[in-house]
Design a protein around this ligand. Structure first.
Ligand code: NAD
Ligand code: UFG
Length: 354
């Protein structure tokens, strides 16, 4: 079992991954500035992993801090080592992720995503911790030239968010090349993470109006919003609406555990893997799956296409299966059922304890 630093561990994907890692027996130190999350998520993580008070203090430690603070990072690594529990590996979720916002405030995105990652990597290197799982994104593929998309597809981001993720991947390549037998790195390119823990205790809690389809649909179903705008009905797809590869966040969490196990067991390497299901679903298929799961109607209207959207993005996930023995286990109905369990028990997200 390893002791892991989890940056951004209170966020949507981080919190679900913490549950899986704790259940696998790892000890966690979460570093989060809570700019897009709440400590309550981690309290619920500890309950879900069935940690009693004593083991909670030892197995799930939480520090409020910023990944761009070199002194804070240095302290974290040094204190862990001097307490006899050095950090073996890092899972790096902390970052900003909204495409539209990245176009309005690119400096912020480059700062948090690139400078933050550079600070983290420098601290890891200085303390001899050279095992990292990095949250990359399918956004790197821009408008894909072939679908399903393999990892060898060209990197051609179309917004500052995507450029910042591509830059971190490049930095990781440069670092691995500088010390080939030392760094163990997995860049995981997520497709569309959605859903929630089946308990409904933790889930996605976007600030303000959701930009993404799934949280928007679930907020319509629960009555927080009147109707969904479907961006475009004339895409070259089965029903004219955009197609995406939705991946249940618990499948994604299990993908992180598998990637970590692989890095710790194998010789030093840099792995780049798509994490997706390999299945596409259209906007209307998502709406109908959510209606079935919730028993609620999701009214919608067609509006113009959204700038920057592609018609279809679907992963080729075969390399992850080959290298990690991992594939998704849950489909759109599971995603909708678990997403609804979270949304219906927490209609206002973490603001309103369920
Ligand atoms: P999230 O916003 O829910 O989680 C990110 C966490 O990082 C939050 O808890 C936030 O408070 C924290 N954070 C932000 N800036 C920080 C800083 N400077 N220092 C310390 N903590 C900071 O996002 P998520 O959906 O869980 O995404 C996690 C990672 O996965 C991100 O890097 C994101 O870019 C990437 N990703 C997400 C998606 C998606 O659709 N959710 C898709 C592909 C990639
Ligand atoms: N859509 C609507 N109405 C909405 C929201 C979305 O019709 O209110 C449509 C979009 O046009 C698209 C599909 O639903 O066809 C999915 O859109 P999302 O915004 O949920 O997801 P994207 O595929 O556009 O992008 C998301 C993240 C990116 C990430 C990418 C791949 O926002 O950061 O998944 O991981 F890079």
């Amino acid at each position: 079992m390893a002791r892991l630093l989890i940056t951004g561990g209170a966020g949507f994907i981080g919190s679900h991954t913490c549950v899986v890692l704790l259940q696998a027996g790892h000890d966690l130190l979460v570093l989060d500035d809570f700019s897009n999350s709440t400590p309550l998520a981690l309290e619920r993580v500890s309950a879900l992993a069935q940690l009693d008070n004593q083991s909670c203090q030892a197995r799930l430690q939480v520090r409020r801090g910023d990944i761009r603070d070199p002194a804070g990072l240095d302290n974290l690594f040094a204190q862990s080592a001097s307490a006899g529990a050095p950090i073996d590996a890092v899972i790096h979720f902390a970052g900003l992720k909204a495409v539209g916002e990245s176009m309005r405030v690119p400096l912020r995105y480059w700062d948090v995503n690139l400078t933050g990652s550079r600070c983290l990597l420098a601290a890891m290197d200085a303390h001899g911790c050279r095992t990292l799982v990095f949250s990359s994104s399918a956004t790197l593929y821009g408008y894909p030239e072939c679908v399903p998309i393999p990892e060898t597809a060209p990197i051609q981001p179309i917004n500052p968010y995507g450029h910042s993720k591509a830059a971190v991947e490049q930095l990781l390549h440069d670092l691995a090349a500088s010390a080939p037998n030392q760094w163990r790195i997995a860049c995981l390119r997520y497709f569309n993470p959605v859903g929630a823990h089946p308990s409904g205790e933790i889930g996605e809690d976007p600030l303000g109006t959701p930009n993404n389809l799934f949280p928007f649909v679930s907020q319509v179903a629960v009555g927080r919003r009147k109707s969904l705008q479907v961006f475009g009905g004339d895409w070259p797809t089965n029903d004219g609406t955009g197609v995406r590869d939705y991946i249940h966040v618990m499948d994604l969490a299990e993908g992180h555990r598998a990637a970590l196990d692989c890095l710790l067991a194998e010789p030093a390497q840099l792995l780049t893997l798509n994490l997706g299901s390999g299945q596409g679903a259209s906007v209307l298929e998502v709406v109908h799956a959510f209606e079935r799961a919730s028993g609620r109607q999701v009214p919608y209207e067609h509006v113009a296409r959204r700038a920057g959207d592609a018609a279809i993005t679907v992963a080729d996930p075969s390399l992850a299966l080959q290298r990690l023995g991992w594939r998704t286990q849950r489909g759109l109905d599971d995603i909708s059922r678990d997403g609804w369990a979270w949304q219906s028990a927490n209609p206002d997200g973490y603001d309103e304890p369920g």
